[in-house]
Design a protein around this ligand. Structure first.
Ligand code: ATP
Ligand code: MG
Length: 549
């Protein structure tokens, strides 16, 4: 769909109104804030497209910010992968920031709150805090520590920072309202103690800011205007605003806007769960072609354009919904259909001998590279007396409406000749050894001069020049069982082999093709070598998914 024809989404409407009122002086500044504790997945792709895409649309800016406020879980491997993924999707950041760079400032702002009497050091344990918080129907109870003086709180917070207390012994809490109908406003924890080494700041800190304090402050420090996050943070927005208002350091603080997260059928979009699949060895790694990670989708052969088009099409909504993964695959197929060249590959091969074709002769048959894109030209494939055809293109006893090869039936070998199967030669065990056929030399090019018609066209691979390739087919990682429960699919990958036309022997890792009548495939970037060609099925040729009218 053309950009101009699409109506503005609700986030753009907010931005338009802000630009109209001059709220941020016409500035649009967003950020994508991953926690570097895993690889990015398709849900993050939506957030990336939204944050970078919205900024780009308004000529604005977008930061990549690592939300590294949880020491211990972070890893530089994840940082590297995040940057690769964002760039691969086609975006570039204005600044790359680390939340940990602001720890000194955050500490200062926490002190500001303490000195205003808006935060206090509490001695309650995590369990006690939970118990004191009350429920949706009952107000919470105030901790005895709530009445500490500013001086006491300043001294205690300094001691927390200096390492005087063990993990969990004290926390810093906002002093808001223990009876607030919004549970997030019942004196939320702002800082906790963790004597863990931080990948960036080492052992400098043993207190770390909580998300609800850190996030608004990070946004404000960077001058973010519109802080886009998923719907589960809607109830946190009053706290986001409270933190920035009470610190009071910014004239026009950023505003949080929530959008629906992306959830796909038969797919898990949680780093924690995806990490478990990696750690348990269920998949080959974060970039296993079955993984809904950006790295997995890349290795699988999905294109960045397809993922961006998909994210555009599903749009930005204010209510969560489940998107059919077939829709994502539809966009991949759509993109590949105009970009990839076709190749002849047969699986489950059956050898055929054309008994009336000269022995030792090989001729070159011209075939188009992409039926839908004539500009993509043509290539040649060899043809001789010995060929392979696809196992599913022959039936000894044809089913009803089967128009492909069976004894006595004339079919077209794509671009070459009409052939007729004359004999089925068996092995001792009764399996098919080879088929004997005759060809009609007058049908060269695949058409008969006497106007004779054939109903079936099948493809072939010349036997003496065929390249044996490995083919990996994938199903979704999860399936829905009889009870409606999502369970791991034990059969999500299968490997077979095929015979390919000679050109595939030159395939480079990462090259994509349409295997004629089979689907779209990519030479696996990790496993493909000079002599061993391994192909991942990206998507099948056809889908049951139809765009909504
Ligand atoms: P996970 O639960 O997988 O760890 P997360 O939200 O904790 O996800 P973050 O690294 O904190 O992961 O997320 C970075 C950004 O990506 C956040 O702004 C978050 O809202 C967004 N995001 C994460 N998952 C989705 C999703 N499924 N759909 C849309 N946006 C998402
Ligand atoms: Mg998170």
């Amino acid at each position: 769909m053309a950009e101009e024809n699409k109506s503005r989404n609700f986030i753009e409407e907010i931005i338009d109104a802000d630009n109209e009122s001059g709220k941020y002086g016409g500035e649009v500044y967003t950020r994508f804030p991953p926690e570097p504790n895993g690889y990015l997945h398709v849900g993050h792709a939506k957030s990336i497209c939204l944050n970078f895409g919205t900024a780009a649309k308004y000529g604005g800016r977008c930061n990549l910010r690592y939300d590294d406020t949880n020491p211990g879980k972070e890893d530089m491997e994840y940082v590297k992968s995040i940057e690769e993924d964002v760039k691969w999707l086609g975006f570039s950041w204005t600044k790359r920031c680390w939340a940990s760079e602001y720890f000194d400032m955050m500490y200062g702002y926490a002190m500001t709150l303490i000195k205003k009497g808006k935060a206090y050091v509490d001695d309650l344990s995590a369990d006690e805090i939970r118990e004191y918080r009350g429920t949706l129907t009952e107000p919470g109870r105030e901790s005895a520590a709530r009445s500490r003086t500013v001086e006491e709180n300043v001294a205690l917070f300094e001691e927390m920072k200096a390492g005087k207390y063990a993990d969990g012994e004290k926390v810093l809490r906002a002093k808001i309202d223990m009876a607030s109908p919004n549970m997030n406003m019942r004196d939320p924890v702002l800082y906790r103690i963790s004597h863990a080494e931080h990948h960036n700041t080492g052992n400098k800190w043993c207190i770390y800011p909580m998300y609800d304090f850190a996030h608004p402050v990070e946004d404000a420090i960077e001058g973010i205007t519109h802080s886009l996050c998923t719907l589960e943070f809607e109830d946190h927005r009053p706290l986001y605003d409270w933190v920035l208002r009470e610190i009071g350091a910014w004239d026009t603080p950023p505003q949080q806007i929530e959008f629906a997260r992306l959830d796909l059928t038969d797919t898990v979009t949680s780093k924690r769960k995806l990490k478990a699949l990696v750690d348990d060895g269920f998949v080959e790694g974060w970039d296993d072609p079955r993984m809904p990670t950006i790295a997995g989708m890349r290795r699988r052969g999905f294109t960045p354009e397809a993922i961006r088009n998909f994210c555009d099409e599903i749009g930005i909504a204010k209510a969560n919904s489940l998107v059919d993964i077939a829709e994502l695959e539809h966009f991949v197929r759509d993109d590949l259909s105009l970009k990839t060249e076709s190749r002849h590959v047969v699986v489950d091969p059956i050898k055929i001998i054309i008994t009336n074709y000269p022995e030792g002769q090989i001729e070159q048959i011209a075939v188009e590279n992409n039926r839908n894109v004539p500009e993509m030209g043509s290539r040649t494939v060899p043809f001789s007396r010995e060929l392979y055809i696809d196992g599913e293109d022959f039936m000894e006893v044809p089913a009803k409406k089967y128009f492909r090869m069976f004894p006595g039936n004339e079919v077209r070998l794509k671009g070459a000749y009409f052939v007729t199967c004359t004999e089925v030669v068996k092995n001792e065990d009764g399996s098919i050894k080879e088929l004997h056929c005759t060809y009609d030399p007058a049908t060269k090019g695949g058409d008969s001069p006497d106007g004779r018609k054939v109903k079936g066209t099948i493809h072939f691979v010349e036997a003496t020049t065929a390249v044996k390739i490995r083919i990996r087919n994938y199903e979704h990682l999860y399936v829905t069982d009889e009870t409606g429960e999502q369970v791991l699919n034990e059969n999500s990958v299968s490997e077979t082999f095929g015979f390919a036309e000679p050109s595939l022997g030159e395939a480079e890792p990462g090259e994509r093709f349409q295997f004629f009548r089979h689907g779209y495939y990519i030479a696996d970037s990790k496993l493909t070598t000079e002599t061993d060609k391994v192909f991942n099925r990206i998507v099948e040729l056809k889908s049951s998914w139809k765009p909504a009218k």
